[in-house]
Design a protein around this ligand. Structure first.
Ligand code: COA
Length: 306
């Protein structure tokens, strides 16, 4: 008996900010943003707990269960509603449940961390039978809307997955790491906005993700050729292209939403997962790689059999 994803749900706030909207406020252009990042629009005005609750509710419905079937809630976020209580407690409250919950901050890599943590909890003695793993981030509230180096990239959103014990599905390999010495290239202090050295983050991200996917595949005893679906963190389409080219993975195997979401941090992998599900790409036995990176430079990859 191992663990599968039984249901997926997403949430995006209603307010859309297109590249053309940004052109009105800063020295940039739709053409530049699309060419350098692949992003065309992003959603803003989201609240982490509200988006997380909507995504969670949909994931529970999609799994064909009720909220009381959930035995633990893990929320990956770097934009909690408040310092405490943990935002996951508010999502649990919104669902009408009182099981354990906690927030995880691994920035944009958070969903991969949450997935592996949930898997470990569920396999431990007396562990939960069903865990809700949510990625929800309201990046628009920490973006400096006058900084064209960051404002063009980020957006708000949430995605959630219900993990449950089942004979279908497995975690085949995983790789996690951080480079805490690189704080200065991407950080956000309390009551402040995102500070980023874009070019440096780009280079580090490509290197870290490429190596991390290799490590996780090695552990799983698989090669790039065995991968059916890649759900990469959605930061910049050029990062995804560079990683795929280094790993010899056709871009068609990646599922991307960043054109209309921008970088939604911990939400981006489950948003991509929902897109892959809608495309019919996630079938029993499908080999799926989820890989993310972000501030801290935290990176994380899980290789999963669907
Ligand atoms: N519109 C127009 N011009 C812009 C611009 C914008 N929004 N932002 C920067 N520029 C200009 C720069 O000033 C620079 O001009 P110069 O050559 O006259 O100095 C030029 O465009 C190139 O800037 P550069 O920073 O080298 O561009 P880039 O190709 O590296 O693209 C990012 C910038 C931010 C899109 C890219 O570096 C990136 O995506 N990095 C990774 C960021 C990331 O993923 N962060 C989240 C991690 S989870």
């Amino acid at each position: 008996m191992t663990i599968r994803i039984a249901g997926i749900g997403i949430s995006l706030p209603e307010k859309v900010v297109t590249n053309l909207d940004l052109e009105q406020h800063m020295d940039t252009s739709d053409e530049w943003i699309r060419e350098r990042s692949g992003i065309g629009a992003r959603r803003v005005g989201g609240i982490t707990s509200e988006m997380g609750l909507e995504a969670a509710t949909k994931a529970i419905e999609n799994a064909g269960i009720t909220p009381t079937d959930i035995e633990f809630v893990l929320l990956a976020t770097c934009t909690p509603d408040q310092i405490f209580p943990a935002t996951s407690t508010q999502i649990a409250h919104g669902l009408g449940i009182t099981c354990g919950s906690m927030d995880i901050n691994a920035a944009c890599a958070g969903f991969a961390y949450g997935y592996a943590a949930a898997f470990g909890m569920m396999l431990s003695p007396g562990g939960p039978d069903r865990v809700l793993v949510i990625g929800s981030d309201a990046m628009s509230k920490i973006v400096d809307w006058t900084d064209r180096g960051t404002a063009i990239l980020f957006g708000d959103g949430a995605g959630a997955a219900v993990l449950e014990r089942h004979e279908q599905g497995d975690l085949l390999g995983q790789d996690f790491g951080v480079a805490g010495d690189l704080r200065e290239i991407l950080y956000c202090d309390h009551e402040d906005t995102i500070v980023m050295e874009g070019r440096e983050v780009f280079k580090r991200a490509v290197r870290a993700v490429t190596q991390s996917v290799k490590n996780a595949l090695d552990q799983a005893g698989l090669t790039s050729a065995d991968i059916d679906v890649v759900l990469p963190h959605q930061a910049n389409i050029r990062i995804i292209e560079a990683v795929c080219s280094r790993l010899d993975i056709p871009m068609e195997k990646t599922h991307n939403v960043l054109e209309h979401t921008g970088n939604t941090s911990a939400a981006s992998i489950p948003l991509a997962m929902a897109a892959a599900q809608d495309a019919g790409a996630l079938q029993p036995g499908t080999i799926v790689v989820m890989t993310g990176f972000g501030a801290g430079m935290a990176w994380g990859t899980v290789v999963v059999r669907w």
